[in-house]
Design a protein around this ligand. Sequence first.
Ligand SMILES: O=c1nc[nH]c2c1ncn2[C@H]1C[C@H](O)[C@@H](COP(=O)(O)OP(=O)(O)OP(=O)(O)O)O1
Ligand SMILES: [Mg+2]
Length: 201
Amino acid sequence: MKQVIIATKNAGKAREFQALLGKRGVEVKSLLDFPNCPDVEETGNTFAENAILKAEAMARYFNTTVIADDSGLSIDALGGRPGVYSARYAGEEKNDQKNIAKVLSELEGVPFAKRTARFHCALAVAAPGRRTAVVEGTCEGYIAEKPQGENGFGYDPIFYIPQKGKTMAQLSAEEKNQISHRAKALEKLDKQWDEIINGKE
Ligand SMILES: O=c1nc[nH]c2c1ncn2[C@H]1C[C@H](O)[C@@H](COP(=O)(O)OP(=O)(O)OP(=O)(O)O)O1
Ligand SMILES: [Mg+2]
């Protein structure tokens, strides 16, 4: 089976890539399989910039093709925050519960119709000696009044999808993987997929 390294230390993302790429006949390794690999500082101003930073650093480190995901939540009533700061919104410890609590308290009193938000995902594909490719996907929804559901990760319990009448965390993994920002971004790599996994290294 073909293998690809996803440059993430986020177990939730890794699980989703395993499902999404498994369907495409590709086995996924994440940085959780390489506990000694270095951390990459996310100093970019956009999801794309951060995805490129992570993918290129890890492509150099492993000397092979690497895909990185930089993603997050943009809330209109908060001027697009937490955005690229989604993971560390309530502090460097990157605690999902604390991040959710901070968002909910900032949105206190904001009526449902004004709680529009979207998940963004930028994927960068980097390989030694090749130009890095970037694709992006989004998923539209509303910020719920309180967390609901146990599935997924991150902000999923407060991300309400009107078409489903559920939060992202109330969807099964299969359902999330049909509509998520990550799935949409990955679809845009499908035409290049053969080249990505068979590319010269
Ligand atoms: O499908 C999602 N469902 C819920 N929340 C999500 C999703 N996708 C991203 N998010 C949130 C989680 C984290 O707060 C931030 C990602 O931050 P981001 O820097 O890209 O990932 P990370 O630091 O957790 O792992 P890594 O950089 O090693 O890939 O956005
Ligand atoms: Mg990160």
